[in-house]
Ligand binder design. Structure first.
Ligand SMILES: [Zn+2]
Length: 75
């Protein structure tokens, strides 16, 4: 692939938005993850993101939608 046009930043932002469909839980309104691993990976990523508030996240399986969610609440 030739790298003639170096607009990598906007390109990736668009790509990220495109492949990230807004699937949210009808009950909790939280982002849905199809499995625990995906939820954990996202939680780990978020907890190391210094741009946002440092929070402790944990994952749980939703009883209503069957998907995994992240929560910052203590157990
Ligand atoms: Zn749910």
């Amino acid at each position: 692939m030739a790298a003639k046009h170096r607009k990598a930043s906007s390109f990736w932002e668009m790509d990220e938005a495109r492949r990230d469909p807004p699937r949210t839980c009808a009950v909790s309104g939280k982002r849905m993850y199809s499995n625990e691993r995906e939820a954990n990976a996202t939680a780990a990523h978020r907890m190391t993101d210094r741009e946002s508030a440092p929070v402790q996240l944990r994952t749980y399986k939703c009883l209503y939608c069957g998907a995994w969610h992240l929560t910052s609440k203590d157990a």
